[in-house]
Design a protein around this ligand. Structure first.
Ligand SMILES: [Zn+2]
Length: 402
């Protein structure tokens, strides 16, 4: 039995602001908050008065640090191993092209089988971004709803699909949504030009969340000149049962849209994602992807399709955002207590995606914890624990006594 006592840290509690406390970890879980002392033999970590939060949870991420998850199991595992550097402890690896084509079923099965082998961030299941989408964005699969193909995808993934992105305006999508709900997979709205009526029908069938809201959410065609049409955005904002997430990089969505969603839903219904891909966490550069194009990237902002000599600045193709930067950005853009913004990247994500043991600083929760240096522009992860094991620490280690 291993135990660790993390002492001298600050935590954010609703209505209290930062409070000093200590946290005892045992057997992978939080065993006590403010225990009277350390059990015999426990490792003791002096947190130096820094902020301790639950680990960040990202339900829409394609890759990180030069690794694109759908390139194969090795890239998936190498990427997952890096994520604790940015305080991310749980993800839904998100696949883009892997689901469209007979020859891809084996790739999907290989990736699903590798999820349990992560030595870094926990991969709680796959998020399939497609293939039943209405708008391709930067090359996503676009095809009509097909329950037989859906069943083959779910079978190939061996029950490891947690979420699937769909579009309300995809022909034949309602039976797909119903099948996803029956299989325990969250139907997530995106890549759409749907009308409000189409969106309401998708929600009635079981769609419960919208991902990278505002990005690839084109308005439906204008009817009467000058009359702004209501579409998926308005239908989703109007329905309190549906949550949304944003790529908070300042490029994919204007901060005003985040504030509007918060006004409509409150922070429990507004989550943060990265939609990061291969170039996230790296210096500016050009990176190959398995999607048939290269991307041009710069830290903390968007990735764009790179075509040498092209006159335009390139279509958006995911982001270079890391979740710690997303938290910092939203902290600047909205008028909310800090604990609410952190929860939009942890606790509220766990609540919405059924990750019941994660995202919380309470007894019994998984000991997925991050100690942060909050002195810079964005919080920096000093130490990250996953299941009670410290999987990341900065070069200058915190004081530890045996
Ligand atoms: Zn994506």
């Amino acid at each position: 039995m291993t135990a660790t006592l993390i002492e001298n840290v600050r935590a954010l509690r609703p209505g209290e602001g930062p409070v000093g406390l200590s946290v005892l970890i045992r057997d992978g879980r939080i065993a006590a908050i403010d225990p009277p002392g350390a059990p015999a033999g426990a490792e003791r970590v002096d947190g130096g008065g820094h902020l301790l939060t639950p680990g960040l949870i990202d339900v829409h991420i394609h890759g990180i640090g030069g690794h694109c998850f759908e390139s194969g199991p090795r890239a998936l595992l190498d990427g997952l191993a890096l994520l604790p550097r940015w305080g991310v402890t749980c993800v839904l690896p998100t696949l883009y092209r892997c689901m469209d084509g007979e020859d891809r079923l084996a790739d999907l099965a290989d990736l699903a089988a590798a999820l349990g082998e992560s030595a870094g961030a926990v991969a709680a299941g796959l998020h399939l971004e497609g293939p039943f989408l209405a708008l391709p964005g930067a090359g996503a699969a676009v095809r009509a709803g097909d329950r037989r193909w859906l069943d083959r995808l779910l079978d190939a993934a061996g029950g490891r699909v947690s979420a699937m992105s769909i579009s309300p305006d995809t022909p034949g999508i309602l039976p797909v949504i119903e099948r996803l709900v029956a299989a325990g997979v969250r139907p997530v709205i995106t890549h759409t030009r749907a009308t409000a009526e189409q969106t309401d029908a998708a929600i009635a069938a079981g769609a419960c969340h919208a991902t990278h809201f505002y990005d690839v959410f084109a308005p439906p065609p204008e009817g009467d000149a000058g009359v702004r049409p209501a579409g998926a955005v308005e239908a989703i904002l109007a329905d309190p049962s549906v949550s949304v997430d944003f790529i908070a990089d300042g490029v994919h969505v204007h901060p005003a849209a985040i504030r509007a969603a918060l006004a409509a839903k409150g922070p429990r219904g507004v989550l943060l994602i990265s939609d990061a891909n291969v170039g996230a966490g790296l210096p500016a550069g050009i990176h190959a992807t398995p999607w048939g194009f290269d991307v041009r990237t710069a830290p903390a902002t968007a990735a764009r399709i790179h075509r040498p000599g092209a006159a335009d600045h390139g279509m958006l193709a995911g982001s270079c955002l890391t979740m710690n930067q997303a938290v910092a950005n939203v902290m600047r853009w909205v008028d909310l207590p800090a604990h609410e913004v952190w929860a939009m990247a942890s606790r509220y994500v766990a609540d919405r995606f059924g990750l019941t043991s994660k995202g919380d600083l309470r007894c019994g929760a998984d000991a997925d914890l991050v100690l942060w240096d909050t002195s810079g522009d964005a919080p920096a992860a000093l130490s990250t624990w996953i299941g009670g094991v410290r999987v990341h620490r900065t070069a200058a280690p915190l004081e530890t006594t045996p």
